[in-house]
Design a protein around this ligand. Sequence first.
Ligand code: 2U9
Length: 379
Amino acid sequence: MRPAPTLERFLTMTTNDPTTQTLTQLDLSTPADVSQLFAEVRQRFDEQSVVHTSDPESWRTFVVKWTGRKSGILSQITDNWLKPAAPELKRAVGQELNQLKTHIETVLAERQKVIERSAEEAAVARERIDLSLPGIERAIGTRHLIRQTYEELLRIFAAIGFSVVEGPEIETPYYNFEALNIPEHHPARDNMDTFYIEGARRPHLLRTHTSPMQIRTMEKQLPPVRIIVPGKVYRRDNPDATHGYMFHQIEGLAVDTDITFCDFKGTVEYFAREFLGPKTKTRLRPSYFPFTEPSAEVDASCHVCGGSGCRVCKQSGWIELFGAGMVNPAVYGFVKYDPEKLSGFAFGMGVDRLAMMKYGVTEVPLLFQNDVRFLKQFP
Ligand code: 2U9
């Protein structure tokens, strides 16, 4: 009996793939030939199956190469070795083919599991967080210096019973001027300082202070009133180192039946100590605002030199903090409050200016340029 030509030889020798040829063409005629042939196919499979398990891509190619319905090796063997096999060989081929199929499917399934497991392990390894490793420093940023100052001021006044109310930034001349005892033709009115909204059916403007919300509150609420009103205000100032066309204000109002100048002075001193430190001294300088009478500028002893005089307080020892005064009774007329029974004090402060003064910022634009190098100095 002539030894069966080995598949190896077939595979290396012949240009065309033996599974595309019939057993007759391969000149194989005995069951022994067939079983040797299948033994070598199986060996070939086993060799290749080891090689291709490295990565999912080549594994998929390998699986299709062997089990592909159309041109997979098993389909080829079925079509070319089994179907046309001579009757005396059909059974041997059929048996061999089933065993080969079972072997291949078993190996493929095992390898599939191995590959999936190692893919999972790789994913887990990839996702495993080595908790001992330092965390990823995520720059979380900080609250803006103005926001920090706002919250500090709100905290200081909330601690003595002031509640926060916020109002619209677009106002009517009545609430921004009239009701605050700023009559027609008052200098503060002319559009030199005020942004008027063009094209509005009735005159509207960008509020120049948050005082309108105090009027709106008194219209809706009977005394006692104890509120602070934070918010953006707008003035047609030419932006320079210390001015912007928009800045942040906090105004306060306390109205009741028995509020005295002492309450006013006490509140001012409490604020100065809370904001600038327990040793801070205050002084009131006479001033004028249409909505307060008497009015005062409130100064605090310089928090840098303690009052001995330095560059920050321009050698005066004093820093201007905010304006304030006893509510001008004329204002009560606009909100149907009885000036005979009521008294109150009010104050207004520029939050940007207080923030710059406290944190030594010299240029307003720095606050709005969003330069992280500047912003992260105030964690
Ligand atoms: C009502 C009655 C009185 C609010 C006041 C000031 C003084 C004041 C300025 C400070 C710096 C504005 O931001 S600033 O430029 N404000 O000096 N404001 S008394 O007085 C009121 C407000 C409302 C009903």
